[in-house]
Design a protein around this ligand. Structure first.
Ligand code: TMP
Length: 198
């Protein structure tokens, strides 16, 4: 069984809806499960959200995301030590996929640079679901959400999705690609099967 499970994907790809449904189903099946997310709902998480809203310098934004994560990891470890299944809506792969786009033309190999910064200090997920959806469809899904983040633009999200697919190609064992243009029930069932598989 997979204990530390992350959900990734571009904005509007369905990962929050799917992670919430998977969380509910596992709870109903009697599993001790936690659903958490990044950016977190803490003072550091609020700094991160301000960085996004104010379109801060990409290096500043990167360090804010990493600081938020380093704090979050302590909590993730506590939950895992208590035997819980931990579902996390966005984690380090979000930084590798999103900040790598922001850092294009600023550092030479953004994904490598971002990994070198904090990969060794964090927990590695047992399983990562990557929600894959056409960028136009994803933007269509979020167009009624009100004010969009600066990241929620077609050209930016196309690059983010390309980065995600690249990351998945590097770690085929950890990543499961989910086609989220399907019905949500089908996707949730696939997630449960993969999490509970021995
Ligand atoms: P959310 O919409 O899933 O709450 O995430 C807020 C935004 O933050 C979303 O556009 C993705 C972005 N993000 C990053 O750029 N890097 C990260 O490391 C994380 C966790 C989120």
């Amino acid at each position: 069984m997979k204990r530390f499970v992350t959900f990734e994907g571009i904005d509007g790809s369905g990962k929050s809806t799917i992670s919430k449904r998977v969380y509910k189903k596992l709870g109903e099946m009697g599993y001790d499960v936690v659903l958490t997310f990044e950016p977190t709902d803490t003072s550091l998480g609020r700094v991160v959200k301000k960085c996004i809203e104010e379109n801060s310098d990409p290096i500043v934004t990167t360090f804010a995301f990493i600081a938020d994560r380093m704090q979050h990891v302590k909590e993730l470890k506590r939950w895992l030590e208590r035997g819980k299944i931990v579902l996390c809506d966005r984690y380090a792969d979000s930084t590798y996929a999103y900040q790598a786009v922001q850092l294009e033309n600023i550092v030479e190999n953004p994904i490598r640079w971002l990994k070198d910064l904090h990969d060794e200090f964090i927990l590695k997920p047992d399983l990562t679901f990557l929600c894959v959806l056409d960028v136009d469809k994803a933007l269509d899904r979020i167009k009624n959400r009100g004010k969009l983040f600066s990241f929620e633009r077609k050209d930016f999200l196309k690059k983010v999705q390309r980065n995600y697919l690249y990351l998945a190609s590097l770690e085929k064992e950890r990543f499961v690609l989910l086609d989220t243009s399907r019905s949500i029930d089908e996707t949730v069932k696939e997630c449960l099967d993969k999490i509970l598989k021995r």
